[in-house]
Ligand binder design. Structure first.
Ligand code: TNX
Length: 696
């Protein structure tokens, strides 16, 4: 079964008594089996209320259904509890208000004081249900018929809690334009905390340039799923993307390329000023996201070499800049293809270090977060022997730690001869699992007392092609497939465990998980979104939620798919592009409008908006189930008709648009009418929304 996991009413109380299920839909009970009275959960909530189906991603650690629903109304306020933490609470309150205002149109003032019924309360404090290791981001969320309260020991947890709260409200809450609601959330108690503190996404703006505003859009999109690290790949063979004082050629030359036709026809390249970089870092911080900057070295840097090889008049270079080039080609030349492994900076050149010191010094100064990522991947021994490679990494490590940053790099940096300080971070990216060849980098990192971020390419590389089926419309130009020869879809992003993937690498070493959006084939944010969503949601759940058996046949995966399906409308309402994967049992969602009839009682216009991701429709026509979308309009005066539907079907790398349902009708008498639009598509459960017609 793939769609609804509502429990039949008769099963609900039995399940509760057994302590097996509290919130239907697979949320784990927080009550121990056998300790609650029949019909009651541990905290006295009634069994009858338990038929609530949460669609939160990532799945909370525990959820217990309450009775009734919380309704966010026009008069609601976001209330910070008075006390020493009020200003931190108010800042998260402002974030929540900003999330909720566009769709509701409510004022939602943020205040300190005593809550009134209907308010949303944010409190920094210990809810008493979190253990020691769960304080940094843990939170407790309680919605009842009269209040919504989020309490967390720290502001980060409070922020995580408001992301969950948003997902308890209807998907349409992410609309940038006002919609009628109603804005209700099921009554529930959620006690939640992450498995890992590092939940990352990497964006490669080196292979294809992305503007600061595009990156900020992505940051706000991923924050909704509790991603808290943004790993920014700033430099690679095809481009260098950040202005570095004293080295103008790094951007006047290095930024002008990208992967593609001649490097320029498809994408003109580009770079950020340091002020723009700082602004993005600040924007990320406002979303509780830490930026990890990466300038890959000593390989993957033809752009640096092309820029500085001829920089003979630069007083900052003490020797001859030709000496920096240890690449395959001498003199170096641009290669705008997807090739890797042909470039290397020479560890023995003083000019190499003049350049690297400037980059690391300026980039760490602009980065408040604890990490600096020096890259370190894919340098063939034909360019640098193991000892010269290790010499490079060791020297660079000294510069990074000299700037008080934690060294991070691809797990290659844990190899022979390197001396990363204990606590440095290795990112494991090989697809190999267990103890297969390729996994030794993980064990080498553990042996050197490094921490590990898990990013096995066949589970977390968001640039890998999707699985193409007869029904899917993925363009062949998009994505690489070296780690996923058959394609990698939602199931591969979900079905793995970071703590057991590599033999010898356990949760004692692993600090987190990262989804990596490499940029070779991805020229714009819309395509980035198409590759990132929905797979990143699986990666986010693996990073946040407690371990589970996540195979394709597991109950956990079925439950994940159901919750993921509900995210489709949320993404569509928020204007986020995504791939309507054929693995996901996408569901329908609908919202109605309020219309005013003409002087003669006529209505001719839009009545509802329908989210139907992945359901192709023949549009600009009368609704016809056999052509995709069926719709029936009940006008509230005893009559009903079939409506029309418009919208845009999926094309190339665009999910289909939201569909709009129209109708024509003439009322006989003045008044206010409450009608209903019911829509259906494919085998999805039909959905209905109310609309209001006023004929004054
Ligand atoms: C491998 S992961 C790379 C990247 C590519 C990516 C493409 C890693 C450390 N190196 O340079 O962009 O594959 O999938």
């Amino acid at each position: 079964m793939q769609r609804s996991l509502f429990l039949p009413a008769t099963l609900v109380s039995t399940a509760l008594v057994m302590g097996a299920v509290t919130a239907a839909g697979g949320m784990t009970a927080s009550a121990a089996p056998g300790r609650t009275a029949p019909g009651l959960t541990a905290d006295g909530r009634t069994a009858a209320a338990a038929a609530v189906s949460l669609s939160v991603v990532p799945k909370p650690a525990s959820a217990t259904a309450g009775s009734g629903r919380f309704t966010l109304t026009r008069g609601a306020r976001i209330v910070a509890a008075p006390g020493a933490q009020a200003s931190a609470e108010l800042s998260v309150a402002a974030d929540l208000a900003a999330y909720l205002r566009p769709a509701t149109g409510y004022r939602l003032p943020t205040v300190t004081g005593t809550p009134r019924p209907g308010d949303v309360v944010l409190k920094i404090g210990d809810p008493g249900t979190l253990r020691a290791g769960q304080q940094a981001e843990g939170y407790q969320l309680d919605t009842t018929a009269s209040s919504a309260t989020i309490e967390a020991p720290a502001a980060h947890g409070l922020y995580d809690g408001i992301q969950t709260f948003r997902q308890l409200l209807p998907a349409w809450i992410s609309s940038p334009a006002v919609l009628p609601g109603p804005w209700t959330a099921p009554a529930v108690r959620i006690t939640d905390y992450p498995r890992y503190g590092y939940r990352g996404v990497l964006l490669d703006i080196a292979r294809h340039y992305e503007s600061p505003s595009a990156v900020e859009k992505l940051i706000s999109q991923v924050a909704a799923y509790k991603i808290d690290v943004f790993h920014l790949h700033l430099s690679d063979d095809q481009g260098f993307r950040l202005a570095i004082n004293g080295f103008p050629r790094l951007t006047s030359i290095g930024s002008t390329g990208s992967v593609g036709t001649g490097g320029r026809l498809v994408d003109p390249g580009g770079f950020w000023t340091q002020a723009q970089y700082r602004a993005v870092v600040a924007d990320a911080a406002a979303h509780f996201i830490t930026v990890v900057p990466e300038v890959d070295s000593p390989g993957h840097n033809n752009a640096i070499i092309m820029s500085e090889y001829g920089d003979t008049r630069n007083p900052a270079l003490p020797a001859s800049p030709h000496g920096i080039n240890c690449s395959q080609n001498n003199p170096p030349r641009w290669d705008y293809t997807e090739d890797v492994g042909y470039s290397a900076l020479c560890p023995g050149s003083p000019d190499t270090w003049a350049i690297m010191r400037a980059i690391i010094g300026q980039l760490t100064a602009a980065t408040p977060g604890p990490y600096y990522d020096l890259g370190g991947d894919e340098v063939p021994a034909s360019l640098l022997s193991a000892s010269r490679y290790a010499a490079f990494i060791n020297r660079e490590t000294g510069i990074v730690t000299g700037h008080h940053k934690t060294v991070m790099g691809w797990a290659d940096i844990a190899g022979q001869g390197t001396r990363p300080p204990a606590g440095s971070v290795a990112e494991y990216w090989q697809p190999a699992a267990g103890s297969a060849p390729g996994t030794e980098t993980g064990r080498e990192a553990v042996a050197k007392h490094m921490k590990i971020v898990m990013a096995p390419a066949n589970h977390t590389y968001l640039d890998q092609k999707y699985v193409v089926t007869a029904q899917s419309s993925v363009p062949p130009s998009l994505g690489m497939n070296w780690a996923c020869p058959q394609g990698c879809d939602t199931d591969s992003a979900y079905d793995w465990d970071p703590g057991t993937f590599v033999s010898g690498v356990t949760d004692r070493n692993v600090i987190g998980v990262e989804g990596d959006m490499w940029g070779e084939t991805v020229p714009n944010l819309s395509d980035v979104d198409y590759m990132v969503f929905p797979r990143l949601l699986a990666v986010a759940e693996v990073a946040w939620s407690p371990p589970a058996r996540r195979t394709a046949a597991s109950p956990a995966y079925r439950d994940f798919l159901r919750r993921l399906a509900a995210q489709g409308a949320r993404l569509q309402a928020g204007r986020v592009n995504f791939y309507p994967s054929t693995e996901v049992p996408w569901s329908l969602d609908i919202t109605g409008t309020t219309v005013t009839a003409s002087a003669r009682g006529q209505v001719d216009g839009p009545l509802a908006t329908l989210s139907a991701p992945g359901f192709p429709a023949s549009t600009l026509t009368m609704c016809d189930p056999s052509l995709g979308i069926g719709c029936t309009i009940n006008w509230g005066d005893g009559s009903s008709t079939t409506g029309d539907v418009t919208g845009t079907n999926a094309t190339g790398t665009h999910v289909n648009s939201l569909y709009v349902i129209f109708g024509q009708h003439t009322y006989a008498h003045r008044g206010t009418y409450h009608g209903t639009v019911t829509a259906s598509a494919g085998s999805a459960a039909p959905v209905s929304a109310g609309f209001t017609v006023r004929w004054p």
